[in-house]
Design a protein around this ligand. Structure first.
Ligand code: UD1
Length: 430
């Protein structure tokens, strides 16, 4: 079992380069299935969600060639419409994107209900509503979602929930449907725009991505492209929170500062200094932070994927902070772990109230999901003493070389692989 050991309290300095966006690449790679020709996707991050996606596509018959560490050529011509079983789908939520892309190409898809981070109830009713509106029969049997359509015909769809996943799946299914599809109450996240830009570079006709209304005029075929994935807004935000918690001065390169604005604004309000440049930001942590209120919202609001990290910074801000999670109903599972480090946080439903303490203290803790894991790293770096972070596979799903990037900034972090304790020994110990 791999874990991170972090000795906290060190000031960091230097530069970190942000990788390609996880949430964009997990949509863009499956979107290549819709193309009639090979595509080159650049700026892909080295994270396990990417390896799983590429493995699934390779097992379907795609020819995958890594051009270098961050660029991949995918030839989708030999892909067969094979079902994606639970063993694969449970490993990441974005396997749902194979529903939209396989449906778009083959007019049928068979994919197990997805896994991913446990953030509470994560239904896919809006995805299915969209597929049905395009003329698809949707059935659930033995945990598998079966989609089939004689023809896909454009339609007008209003999402009852603002959903990133449903918007992306809707675009994928509609891109080669007959006629015009209009998606209303669409998600506006940067990764939705990135997917639309990538598909347009393959010959799709999508307008309005980044607004509430996306119009997709179906095209007969898509051609090859070379497309570079946008930088990861959440990885960048996480390093901004690292700088804040460790009171350090860090330059964060390869970012789109506009995407970071909701995070930047809150950090400034707390007392962190943020300087923005064309494609980098400089974050200078301060000595005294003040508590604030934060409510998560769909883009361009404060991203739920940054909620655990900013809450961690606020554990050591003076006064009371109130965090309201408005997207997911169970996104405070990391709070128990922060309490083990001395944080004073109470949770009532979707609201966490943080009373600032002077310092956190190192402790053994467990990453309960991807962003919770990032929050614990931030906590450990800012804390006094040594922390051990377990279940780091969650973190590696979405952060490329986290410990190397942190070490390059001067952090005292190492990854160790400790043999698992045999079950019999654990039982005796109990
Ligand atoms: C995506 C992101 C995830 C981020 C989340 C919110 C990816 C791979 N993951 O997840 O990192 O935290 O957006 O920004 O991009 N909902 C329904 N019915 C549906 C779909 C969603 O009720 O059919 C609800 C969800 O339960 C949630 C809300 O809508 O309460 C938003 O979920 P959604 O935007 O779909 O999140 P994901 O696409 O799963």
């Amino acid at each position: 079992m791999e874990k991170y050991i972090i000795k906290g309290g060190k000031k960091l300095s230097g530069e970190v380069v942000i990788s390609g966006a996880k949430n964009a690449v997990v949509a863009i790679l499956p979107a290549v299935i819709l193309s009639d020709e090979p595509c080159v996707i650049e700026n892909i991050p080295g994270i396990s969600d990417v390896s799983i996606t590429l493995q699934i596509m390779s097992e379907m018959g795609a020819k995958i060639r890594m051009i270098n560490k961050t660029s991949v050529e995918i030839d989708p011509r030999g892909i067969m419409n094979v079902p994606i079983p639970y063993e694969k789908a449970k490993r990441m939520r974005a396997t749902t994107y194979f529903l939209g892309t396989l449906l778009g190409r083959f007019h049928s898809a068979h994919v197990s209900m997805p896994g991913g981070c446990n953030l509470g109830d994560r239904p896919i009713d809006q995805h299915l509503k969209c597929f049905a509106a395009l003329g698809t029969k949707c059935e659930l049997d033995g945990g598998m979602i079966h989609l089939s359509a004689d023809r896909l015909v454009g339609n007008q769809i209003f999402f009852d929930k603002n959903s990133v996943g449903a918007t992306i799946n809707g675009i994928m299914a509609a891109v080669k449907a007959e006629g015009l599809t209009i998606i209303e109450n669409a998600a506006k996240e940067p990764h939705v725009v990135d997917l639309a830009n990538c598909l347009n570079s393959m010959g799709a006709d999508i307008i309005g991505a980044g607004t509430d209304v996306i119009k997709i005029r179906g095209v007969r075929s898509l051609h090859g492209t070379t497309y570079s994935v946008i930088p990861d807004q959440i990885e960048a935000g996480t390093f901004m929170a690292v700088a804040a918690a460790t009171k350090s001065d860090i330059i964060i390169r390869n970012v789109i500062p506009k995407h970071l604005e909701p995070i930047t604004n809150k950090l400034i309000k707390i007392g962190v200094q943020v300087e923005q440049f064309d494609d980098y930001v400089r974050v200078i942590g301060g000595e005294n932070y003040v508590g604030t209120s934060i409510k998560t919202h769909p883009h361009p609001g404060f991203p739920t994927d940054m909620q655990p990290q900013i809450s961690t910074v606020l554990t050591c801000a003076s006064g009371t902070s109130m965090i309201t999670e408005s997207i997911f109903d169970n996104r405070f599972r990391y709070v128990d772990e922060l309490r083990r480090m001395g944080a004073n946080i109470s949770v009532e439903g979707r609201v966490a109230v943080i009373e600032g303490v002077e310092k956190l203290k190192g402790a053994p803790v467990r990453a309960t999901d991807l962003r919770a894991g990032a929050a614990l790293i931030i906590a450990a770096l800012g804390a006094e003493g040594t922390s051990e972070i377990y279940d780091i596979y969650h973190i590696e799903r979405g952060y490329e070389n986290m410990e190397i990037k942190l070490r390059d900034l001067g952090a005292d972090i190492k990854k160790v692989d400790e043999p698992d304790i045999p079950e019999t020994e654990t039982k005796q110990a109990i």
